[in-house]
Design a protein around this ligand. Structure first.
Ligand code: ADP
Length: 202
């Protein structure tokens, strides 16, 4: 499939990373560091959806109901948002995908879109954090961030279930391509950053 992946060609010079993990795993926090360290663009479907809600677009209205129930929004919606951002930004050194893909259909769509642009995913960095720690972090964030989906324990646990059922199986998808790097996601922010850097440079 990636027959243009020879050394020296664009496929090898782009660094597209899927930053993966359950809600509350620290993807947003670690993305900031990776962007600065490696000069990458950041594409977060959660952030893009919250911007649509803020702007009160029809898409935002539709997404809001699902998000506040802890459910996933439809694949076509998030794939469409990502497609626009990728083609807007052909010169980027690469992207960190944060919160995307979340389903097998999204992962396949992403591979097809990147392939068309002559590039691909280099690594999936999968943050691993225990469930009780996730709940604690998310409810803590909900107390200060104003994110409605972080305020209720029921919604938080629903998001973790959605992750386990629909999203976690993507580890197998990337593992089959030799791209999965599990990262221990407990400890200080700096410790986790160091593990991510080691996985990227290793
Ligand atoms: P978190 O990872 O903390 O749950 P996000 O900000 O990534 O938060 O996403 C918040 C919500 O937005 C999700 O619970 C889901 O409803 C929706 N969402 C974000 N990205 C996707 C996606 N790729 N596919 C489907 N739904 C998504």
């Amino acid at each position: 499939m990636h027959n243009h992946a020879a050394v020296g060609e664009p496929y090898m010079t782009k660094m597209n990373i899927v930053l993966f993990g359950p809600p509350g795993a620290g993807k947003g926090t670690q993305s900031k560091f990776l962007m600065e360290q490696y000069g990458l663009g950041h594409l977060s479907t959660g952030d893009l959806l919250r911007a649509e809600i803020q702007a009160e677009t029809p898409l935002g209205l539709q997404a809001q109901e699902l998000m506040s129930a802890g459910e996933l929004v439809p694949d076509e919606v998030v794939v469409g948002m990502i497609r626009n951002r990728l083609t807007d930004n052909p010169a980027a050194k690469g992207f960190i995908f944060d919160g995307f893909p979340r389903t097998r259909a999204q992962a396949e769509a992403l591979d097809a879109m990147l392939d068309k642009l002559g590039t691909g995913i280099r690594l999936m960095l999968a943050l691993e954090v225990e469930e009780e720690e996730l709940v604690k972090r998310l409810l803590g964030r909900g107390a200060t961030s104003g994110r409605p989906d972080d305020r209720s324990e029921e919604v938080v646990r629903k998001r973790i279930r959605e992750y386990e059922q629909k999203t976690a199986p993507l580890k197998d998808y990337y593992q089959a391509q030799g791209k999965l790097r599990p990262i221990h996601g407990m400890g200080s922010i700096a410790e986790i950053t160091a593990r991510l850097t080691a996985a990227i440079e290793g």
